[in-house]
Design a protein around this ligand. Structure first.
Ligand SMILES: [Zn+2]
Length: 473
């Protein structure tokens, strides 16, 4: 159904695509701007100024409520507490969480139904999925409340960059908003009710970039958001050509933000860059404030433990795995969820005075940018989109052997991946990478991690100088 809608959209003329994009924007706005969102927003704008100790008390209070609910309504936890001889009252603080085992993705995937709260309204479930940090696509159920909290957190984060809603925003996202075969501008579509212009992340070639800059100049947008690797392609081009278009702030997410990317964006858009870390699991998000001294943990949303490989808490300042407990997701409560991402709590508070604890930027996916045979730069985050819906697959990796030759490595999981899904995957990648790309699918026994223990989704053997060389001194 989704593919059919995309295919209809792609055949529409430019004007109608803008209507469709705006209609989707209007629908999103109506759903998202609800009473609960505004209540969260108001509360978050106040709680950011509470002292850390007070925020920790707030977390403990929310944890007790969540645990009581999980014990009563979630079969997995009812059984776990019984097996361990625990009562809900035994988990009354963050420290008490250590009485519970860590929870990994495979347990959630394999026992999905047992994690669903019995008293949840099944008609209102929202499915969030991700390509995950271990190479295995992962999904879970959340509800409107979780997404309202996330949107309120996003609002607060953007307010740190001086942005308020209803000012014009440019987004470089992962959605295909301009058909792949489009060779001439416009490479953007409008979401008028959302005061947003979607810039295509799929048409960033040397030939097309001047058109992006020209549109950017005349738009009068206030801020930009999206994948840093995509925005950096534009910023780098502008820096190379001595071009600047002032913005108020740039908000980046979903990938690591490198210093050279930040420097190019600051130079091109003459503003500050604000990084945010969020997960589809909504259990450990954090974001950078105007002081840029680290990421503030959004303590109202989750409890985050930083653990070593043995599962012990590490001291502040020391790096470990992020283990998150969402305090908001009552539909599918996940206590002590292993994210696979690494970071550290910082030892000093932020000079902005907010009580939200500071964390180091999260060491997440380090991937290569793809230079397609027809000369477009593609962000690695965008490239992994077609892999997300795949079922029956344990791990995936895309390797660009040379400019035209791509190998999709797949490790078979418990189920069998269907021929239909495989065909869809190749078609989607072909569209992304262009007609000249040769795509090969290779089933392998395993995909090894790097020497540093990282899993990589996208590897390009084409030299990366075009992307990572520092233009701005
Ligand atoms: Zn701060």
């Amino acid at each position: 159904m989704k593919h059919a809608l995309i295919s209809i959209y792609e055949k529409m003329p430019y004007g109608l695509q803008n209507v469709a994009s705006s209609a989707a924007g209007l629908r999103k706005r109506i759903i998202e701007r609800n009473r609960q969102f505004f209540a969260f927003r108001e509360s978050l704008l106040e709680s950011q100024h509470l002292p850390t100790v007070r925020l920790q008390e707030l977390q403990a209070h929310k944890l007790r409520q969540l645990v009581a609910h999980a014990y009563k309504n979630v079969p997995y936890y009812a059984q776990l507490f019984k097996e361990r001889g625990l009562a809900p009252e035994d988990i009354s603080s963050t420290a008490d969480l250590q009485k519970l085992p860590l929870l990994d993705k495979s347990t959630v995937t394999n026992r999905m139904r047992e994690f669903l709260a019995r008293n949840t309204d099944r008609s209102k479930l929202i499915w969030n999925h991700t390509s995950g940090t271990t190479g295995r696509p992962f999904g879970l159920f959340v509800d409107r409340r979780v997404e309202d909290m996330w949107n309120a957190l996003l609002f607060r984060h953007r307010s740190w960059g001086g942005y308020q809603y209803d000012r014009l925003r440019i987004t470089f996202g992962g959605r295909v908003i301009v058909p792949f075969e489009t060779k001439r501008p416009p490479f953007w579509r409008y979401n008028l009710p959302g005061r947003q212009v979607h810039f295509s992340s799929f048409h960033l070639s040397e030939e097309n970039l001047p058109h992006y800059v020209k549109r950017l100049r005349t738009l009068g947008a206030e801020v930009m958001d999206g994948y840093p690797s995509a925005i950096h392609i534009l910023a780098r081009y502008m820096a190379q050509h001595g071009l600047q278009v002032p913005l108020k702030a740039v908000f980046v997410a979903s990938e690591p933000l490198y210093d050279y990317q930040r420097a190019a964006m600051e130079a091109a858009f003459t503003c500050e860059v604000f990084n945010i870390y969020g997960l589809a699991e909504r259990c450990a998000s954090s974001g950078e404030c105007e002081k840029h001294e680290g990421n503030h943990h959004h303590m109202e949303e989750s409890i985050v433990e930083i653990l070593d490989s043995e599962g012990n808490s590490v001291p502040d300042g020391q790096c470990g795995e992020i283990v998150g407990t969402s305090l908001v997701n009552y539909t599918m409560p996940l206590l002590r969820f292993r994210t696979g991402d690494l970071c550290a709590y910082q030892t000093k508070p932020c000079s902005c005075g907010r009580g939200l604890r500071l964390m180091t930027p999260v060491d997440t996916k380090k991937e290569d940018v793809i230079l397609t045979p027809d000369g477009r730069y593609i962000s690695p985050s965008v490239l992994t989109h077609p892999l997300k819906p795949l079922h029956g697959i344990e791990k995936t990796q895309i390797v660009q052997e040379d400019r035209c030759h791509f190998v999709v490595k797949l490790v078979q999981g418990d189920g069998r991946v269907s021929k239909h899904d495989l065909g869809e995957l190749v078609n989607a990648l072909q569209s992304l990478l262009g007609k000249e790309a040769k795509i090969e699918v290779d089933f392998v026994d395993d995909i090894p991690r790097t020497a540093a223990g990282k899993f990589r989704f996208v590897i390009s053997k084409v030299p990366q100088d075009h992307v990572s060389s520092s233009i701005v001194k």
